[in-house]
Design a protein. Structure first.
Length: 593
């Protein structure tokens, strides 16, 4: 509640200040039109300071203009120092700390040559604040301590307290508890010393008042006694004195009385002045108390009304929240049910997809030293492999469909169906012809009308192996084939077009090239999707890439394919670490025999 009171008081004071400052700005702008020379520079400087709380851009503009005209007029250095101070403050409020610092430093250079230690303290303090705001606590503390040294030379408790408080706050915010506590103790020490001095001054004034009052009483008593004695003396000897002696005595008495009265009047004036100061201070205190009481009463009433409104709003919001919570709970239950149904459906789709993939053990009946490393990103995969035996030839393919998850799985079903039709039904085993027919089949399957064809498709590598003739053929659509013979690795480049994808130009004919090789017992082939090489990981979170992949194959070429599969799996796991898998992964390896 106390924060709320302070906020309202601040707003009331700000409104009063704004009204007064606006009037001041209008007067300054009128005077600026008539002013010339140094007077114009001073008005520009005052306008810059006046605009600090209202329009920072104008404050900077007036400060820069004042400094520019001051340099032309060759005004005294002390005036230029003041202008640098104003410009530094304007840049500070504009958030341009570097420019603010430059101007405060220029001011410091100028005023250090003068005789105003108090201005030096303020300049050092401003520079320290700028360094603190820029996160340079070390430099900030250096300038705070320089300012503190000057403040102590001036014996200024107020400046010392201000610097100690800034040092305490900075160290506390930086977590330097020990230093923060040290500066807090010094701040409290100076504050207590200042309070003691104030009490001492008040005690002196009170003692002086009592002494003057006693002295006045003493002088009055002495005057009465002297006057009585003189009157008695004059009465006893009145017959002996002539007229001249009487007049001399009367003059002497009048002079003594005048001297005493003058002294008493002087002391009375000083005493009255002291009483007036104390009376004015008491009046100001009472006025402040009365104003604060009125403001607090208004604030309490406003706060009560505000709290009542808040209470009503809170009740309404609570009711809305309760209804929304009930709705969200119901929706959440529906979403959970639907999510369960969707996951169940996808898991069923996974079982269907798995059923079209020939088990690794079946492939090994025809290719004994072979492996399949298959790792879908999601439950179902856009990558799949395909194998078939046609007469005496073996057809093996690694296919990467557009996308992964459910969309990729649908594409894999289309690809599997078309490959069965082309190879198993039509008995086609030439790789480039298989890819050509598969391309046309995918386009036909995905065509939305006679003119529009989807951009979805698949990248793949396909081999036909003839074990009797020791011969293999290869054709690829964007996915290359890696061949190791002896200790050398060769990359058979695939075609640049995807299966089913749009050509780069409408007039371009999509064709696929077939490679034909003889092989011996030292030949191994590898087909894969791009998922393995695109996986992010390692110390620098980069892709595994083809270079690392080829090095891994060469290093382990002498091992059996089952051992190579284990190394490929382990390497991927170590490279990926705790990072997410980015795509489906498929690698096929065969040692030709």
């Amino acid at each position: 509640m106390s924060k709320f009171y302070l906020t309202i008081i601040t707003i009331l004071l700000s409104l009063t200040s704004i009204f007064s400052q606006t009037k001041n700005i209008n007067n300054l702008r009128k005077n600026l039109e008539k002013a010339r020379g140094l007077e114009r520079v001073e008005i520009l400087d005052n306008l810059s300071e006046a605009y600090l709380d209202y329009d920072i851009a104008k404050s900077v503009e007036y400060a820069e203009t004042a400094l520019k005209e001051a340099k032309k007029l060759n005004v005294p250095a002390s005036t230029q120092g003041s202008l640098y101070n104003t410009l530094g403050a304007a840049y500070y409020y504009q958030g341009k700390f570097k420019k603010s610092l430059q101007n405060y430093e220029k001011e410091l250079i100028i005023i250090q040559k003068g005789t105003s230690p108090k201005r030096i303290v303020k300049a050092l303090y401003n520079i320290a604040v700028l360094y603190q705001n820029n996160g340079k606590s070390g430099k900030a503390e250096k300038y705070y301590l320089l300012a503190l040294e000057k403040a102590k030379e001036l014996k200024s408790d107020d400046l010392s307290m201000k610097i100690y408080r800034a040092l305490y706050t900075m160290n506390k915010d930086n977590g330097s508890t020990k230093d923060a506590f040290k500066y807090l103790e010094q701040y409290i020490s100076v504050k207590e010393s200042k309070f003691s001095k104030t009490n001492e001054t008040v005690s002196i004034l009170r003692r002086k008042y009592k002494e003057e009052k006693a002295l006045r009483t003493e002088i009055q008593n002495e005057l009465i006694t002297t006057d009585s004695a003189l009157t008695a003396t004059v009465g006893e000897n009145s017959q002996l004195m002539d007229d001249t002696t009487k007049k001399s005595r009367q003059l002497e008495l009048l002079g003594l009385e005048k001297s005493v009265n003058e002294k008493l009047n002087q002391q009375q004036a000083e005493l009255n002045e002291t009483r007036l100061i104390l009376k004015n201070a008491e009046i100001e205190r009472q006025q402040l108390q009365t104003a604060m009481s009125i403001i607090i009463s208004i604030l309490i009433a406003a706060a009560a009304a505000w709290l009542f409104v808040l209470y009503r709003q809170k009740r309404r919001a609570h009711e809305i929240l309760r209804v929304q919570k009930r709705q969200i709970k119901a929706q959440s239950r529906i979403l959970r049910e639907k999510n369960t149904q969707i996951i169940d459906s996808i898991n069923y789709a996974r079982r269907i997809q798995d059923s079209i993939l020939m088990p690794e053990s079946e492939i090994q009946k025809y290719l004994p030293d072979a492996f399949v490393f298959y790792k879908p990103k999601d439950i179902v995969s856009g990558d799949f492999y395909w194998f078939s035996k046609v007469d005496e030839k073996l057809v093996l393919a690694a296919i990467d469909c557009t996308g992964h998850g459910v969309p990729g799985a649908f594409m894999s079903m289309i690809g599997n169906m078309l490959l069965n039709e082309i190879v198993n039904e039509h008995r086609i085993t030439k790789p480039d012809e298989i890819l050509r027919r598969l391309h046309l089949g995918v386009i036909a399957a995905l065509a939305t009308n006679n003119e529009a064809v989807a951009d979805d498709g698949m990248d793949m590598s396909l081999c036909t192996i003839d074990p009797k003739q020791k011969r293999f053929q290869f054709a690829g659509a964007k996915n290359h084939l890696y061949v190791i013979q002896g200790d050398k690795l060769k990359v058979l480049k695939a075609g640049m077009h995807s299966i089913g994808g749009r050509p780069l130009r409408e007039d371009m004919v999509v064709e696929f090239t077939s490679y034909d090789f003889m092989y011996d017992e030292k030949t191994s082939i590898y087909m894969m999707s791009d998922g393995y090489m695109d996986q992010f990981g390692g110390l620098e979170d980069t892709k595994f890439n083809s270079t690392r992949f080829k090095e891994m194959l060469l290093e382990n070429r002498a091992l059996s394919m089952s051992m190579q599969k284990d190394i490929i799996s382990k390497t991927l796991s170590e490279w990926k670490g705790n990072k997410d898998q980015v795509d489906d992964i498929l690698v096929l390896g065969v040692k030709l025999q």
